[in-house]
Design a protein around this ligand. Structure first.
Ligand SMILES: [Zn+2]
Length: 456
C-alpha cells in the first residue's frame, strides 16, 4: 500500500513518490530562538521525527534539515529587554532545545543550519533576484516584488485582493506595494549587521529558509514541513523566492501540523500561553509526552489538558508493567505480521498516529491475557517494541527501569537476609540500624510472621 500524505500545496491527499528513488530530503522550519522551546514547538518536531522514522522504516534514506533562526527582529528586541547579547540569548535557547529534544528521543537532524552561517549565500540569492527583476533595493533594504511572481498565494489559497485589507496598515514607505516583503533589512542603530552590496544590514526571515533548504537538499526537494501558522506568509514567500531565483519548482510536498492549544488559543510565547518543554519534562516522562502528542492526528489541533498527560503517564506505566512482567525477548522468533500490517496501513494513511498508537494497547492487552494464562507473550512483546521504536519511544528507557528496580530489589533482599541473621543472633541494635537506614532512603520495612517485606 502506498504512503498517502495531505499536501497543503495541492489541498489534497497524494501518493508519496520521492524525487529520488531511495533518498528523501526533508526541511523542517525550526525555532526562532528568542524564547524557550515550548510544548507547541515540540508537537511539530515530534511529528517531524515520527514522519522521518517511518520513512526510514519503509527503507528510505532521509536527510533531515532543521534550521535555527538566530537573527530576527524578535531576537534583537528580546536581547535588549533582557540586557544580554543576542548571540548569547540564541545559544541558550538552542541548547535548551537540543537537550530537551535528546530527552524526548527526537533524532538529531542531519544538519542544524543557522541563518547567521549563511549570510554570504543569502546575499548571492538576493543579488540574483534583483538581477532577474523580482526584487528591488530602496534605502539600503531589498524587497521582493510580489506582483512579479504569478503563483503567489497558491500555497495558502489567498489572493492579493483578499490580502489588501490586512496590508493597508503597513507603514514602510520604501515598498512599491504593501504586499512586498523584505529580503534584506537596512541597518538601524544598535542592531547587529553584516556588509552587503546594499550597505550594512541583515537578512529577512523568509529568505534564509529558501537558501538553507536548497543548499542542503537541492531544488526541487521532497518535503517541507512546519507548523500551519507558517503557511502564510513564511512558506508562501519561501516559494516565491526560490522559484523566482531558479525557474524550478521548490518543493514537492508541503506538510503542515496543527497547533497545540491552551484554553482554545494557540500555545505561543506571544499570547503568554505556553508550557516550556524543559519544565514539563520535570513532571512527566518523555514517553508520556510523546504518547500524549501522538494520540492526536498531526493535522488536528490538540488541547493541552494536564489530565491527558496524567492519563498518558498511566498508559506508559501499563506498557512498562507488561514489559516488566514478561520474559526477555529473543532476537530471533516470529512477530505479529498482521499487526505490523495494520500499523503500516495506519501510518500510510497520512500518518494516522492515533490508530497506530491504539495497536500498542491491543498488544499489551493480548500480552497480559497470555501472561495470565501462563503463556509467554513473546510475539506481542517483540512486536510492541518494534512498533514503539518506529514511533520514536526510547526503548531502553522503557526497559531500563526494569533492570534498575530489579537490581535494587535484589540488593535489598540480600541486606534483609543479613538483618534476619543478626536478629537471630540477638544483635538487635545493628538490625535496627539497617531498618532505619533503609527507611532513610525511602525503603519501608515490615516484619511479619511470614518474614520481612519491603516496598519503595
Ligand atoms: Zn522557515
Amino acid at each position: 500500500m502506498p504512503l498517502r500524505l495531505f499536501n497543503t500545496y495541492r489541498k489534497d491527499y497524494e501518493e508519496f513518490t520521492p524525487l529520488n528513488t531511495s533518498k528523501v530530503g526533508i526541511y523542517m522550519c525550526g525555532m526562532t530562538v528568542q524564547d524557550r522551546p515550548h510544548l507547541g514547538h515540540i508537537r511539530t518536531f515530534i511529528f517531524g521525527d515520527v514522519f522521518r522514522r517511518y520513512l526510514e522504516f519503509r527503507g528510505y534514506e532521509v536527510a533531515f534539515i532543521q534550521n535555527f533562526t538566530d537573527i530576527d527582529d524578535k531576537i534583537i528586541e528580546k536581547s535588549k529587554i533582557e540586557g544580554v547579547d543576542w548571540r548569547h540569548l540564541g545559544d541558550k535557547n538552542i541548547n535548551e532545545y537540543l537537550t530537551s529534544a535528546m530527552q524526548l528521543n527526537i533524532k538529531p537532524a542531519t544538519y542544524y543550519p543557522k541563518a547567521t552561517q549563511f549570510i554570504q549565500e543569502i546575499i548571492e540569492t538576493i543579488t540574483t533576484l534583483i538581477e532577474r527583476g523580482f526584487a528591488y533595493e530602496a534605502n539600503g533594504s531589498v524587497y521582493f516584488e510580489v506582483s512579479k511572481f504569478k503563483n503567489y498565494g497558491k500555497l495558502s489559497g489567498k489572493n492579493l485582493d483578499d490580502l489588501k485589507e490586512s496590508f493597508r496598515i503597513d507603514p514602510d514607505p520604501n515598498k512599491k506595494s504593501p504586499f512586498d516583503f523584505a529580503l534584506w533589512k537596512a541597518w538601524k542603530e544598535g542592531e547587529p549587521y553584516w556588509f552587503s552590496p546594499w550597505g550594512r544590514g541583515r537578512p529577512g526571515w523568509h529568505i534564509e529558509c529558501s537558501v538553507m533548504s536548497t543548499h542542503f537538499l537541492g531544488q526541487p526537494f521532497d518535503i517541507h514541513m512546519g507548523g500551519q501558522d507558517l503557511i502564510f506568509p513564511h512558506h508562501e514567500d519561501e516559494i516565491a523566492q526560490a522559484e523566482s531565483a531558479r525557474d524550478k519548482p521548490f518543493v514537492k510536498y508541503w506538510i503542515h501540523s496543527a497547533p497545540m492549544l491552551l484554553k482554545g488559543e494557540k500555545m505561543s510565547k506571544s499570547t503568554g500561553l505556553y508550557f516550556a518543554i524543559k519544565d514539563l519534562l520535570e513532571n512527566y516522562s518523555p514517553e508520556a509526552i510523546r504518547l500524549f502528542i501522538l494520540q492526536k492526528h498531526y493535522r488536528s489541533p490538540a488541547e493541552y489538558i494536564p489530565d491527558y498527560l496524567e492519563e498518558a503517564e498511566k498508559a506508559i506505566e501499563r506498557i512498562k508493567n507488561f514489559l516488566k512482567a514478561s520474559p526477555a525477548v529473543e532476537h530471533i522468533g516470529p512477530v505479529k505480521e498482521a499487526v505490523i500490517q495494520r500499523f503500516q496501513e495506519a501510518l500510510d494513511d497520512d500518518l494516522n498516529t492515533p490508530r497506530a498508537v491504539s495497536l500498542l494497547f491491543d498488544l499489551v492487552k493480548e500480552g497480559n491475557q497470555k501472561l495470565s494464562e501462563n503463556i509467554n507473550p513473546h510475539e506481542e512483546k517483540k512486536t510492541l517494541l518494534l512498533l514503539m521504536e518506529v514511533l520514536g519511544f526510547n526503548i531502553s528507557n522503557l526497559l531500563m527501569e526494569k533492570v534498575e528496580t530489579d537490581l535494587i530489589r535484589d540488593v535489598v533482599k540480600i541486606i534483609l537476609d543479613v538483618r534476619q541473621e543478626l536478629r537471630k543472633n540477638r544483635e538487635f541494635s545493628l538490625a535496627d540500624r539497617i531498618r532505619k537506614e533503609l527507611e532513610g532512603i525511602g525503603i519501608k520495612i515490615k516484619d511479619t510472621k511470614e518474614g520481612t517485606t519491603f516496598e519503595f
